[in-house]
Design a protein around this ligand. Structure first.
Ligand SMILES: Nc1nc2c(c(=O)[nH]1)N[C@H]1C(S)=C(S)[C@@H](COP(=O)(O)O)O[C@H]1N2
Ligand SMILES: [Mo]
Length: 214
């Protein structure tokens, strides 16, 4: 539809003027789906969430217990390395920073990196400083609705840019693992699925850290 095309152009012009369009990106009004492999099924009676590694004690929550964790909502712009950006997306779920502040996860001082562990063995890594930012969320809801299966239902990591929070590090969306099942804290960096496949380890969207060695 012509009106959709015009609307997309208007949004792109606006975010560009506002300095919100990272280099090499274009705005989309759609919500593309990107992942490797099949979409897992969800069974609330067997789903669980584990936290292990450099923590004082491992944590374990089943689906019911996970619902009782403190919840946070955050508005962000999300940026995929395949060059689409989606603006003003609202996510709701559980923040790692909030869990740590509430003493629900007790990190050892040796914890320096986070590995997100997802269904089918997908992993992605980031420094603890990035994972503890307000722009990393373990999300159950997108724009007020539960996630759809293709976007990571029932739980996914999501990372993006919070307007005005220039103190935070902004990384590409692959650093948010869909169908998230656990967090591992490590002393040493452990490149994840796309990072081992040639994507950049740090993934800064403003520096266009897309791939390694090209
Ligand atoms: N489990 C899993 N999570 C994943 C991926 C994947 O292949 N598997 N791909 C990542 C990539 S490359 C992107 S851009 C985002 C896309 O999220 P979306 O499909 O909700 O847009 O998911 C990320 N999370
Ligand atoms: Mo991506």
């Amino acid at each position: 539809m012509f009106s959709d095309i015009n609307k997309r152009r208007d949004v792109e012009r606006k975010v560009k003027e506002e300095g919100r369009l990272p280099p090499g990106q274009s705005a989309t009004l759609k919500f593309p789906v990107l992942h490797y492999g099949p979409i897992p099924t969800f069974d609330p009676s067997t789903w669980d969430f584990k936290v292990w590694g450099e923590v004082e004690e491992p944590a374990y929550w089943d689906w019911e217990a996970f619902q009782k964790l403190p919840r946070t909502s955050v508005k962000m712009d999300i940026h995929c390395v395949t060059r689409w950006s989606k603006f003003d997306t609202t996510w709701e779920g559980v923040s790692l920073k909030a869990l740590v502040q509430a003493g629900l996860i007790r990190l050892k001082s040796s914890a320096a990196y986070l590995v997100q562990h997802c269904e089918y063995g997908y992993t992605t890594n980031m420094p603890l400083s990035v994972a503890m930012g307000d722009n990393f969320l373990m999300a159950t809801h997108f724009n007020g609705e539960p996630l759809t299966p293709d976007h990571g239902f029932p739980l996914r990591g999501v990372v993006g840019k919070i307007l005005g929070r220039d103190d935070l590090k902004d990384v590409y969306l692959w650093k948010g693992g869909k169908w998230l099942r656990g967090l591992e804290f490590t002393q040493n960096d452990q490149p994840g699925f796309w990072e081992r496949a040639g994507y950049h380890n740090e993934a800064d969207i403003w520096l266009e850290q897309r791939t390694q060695g090209y």
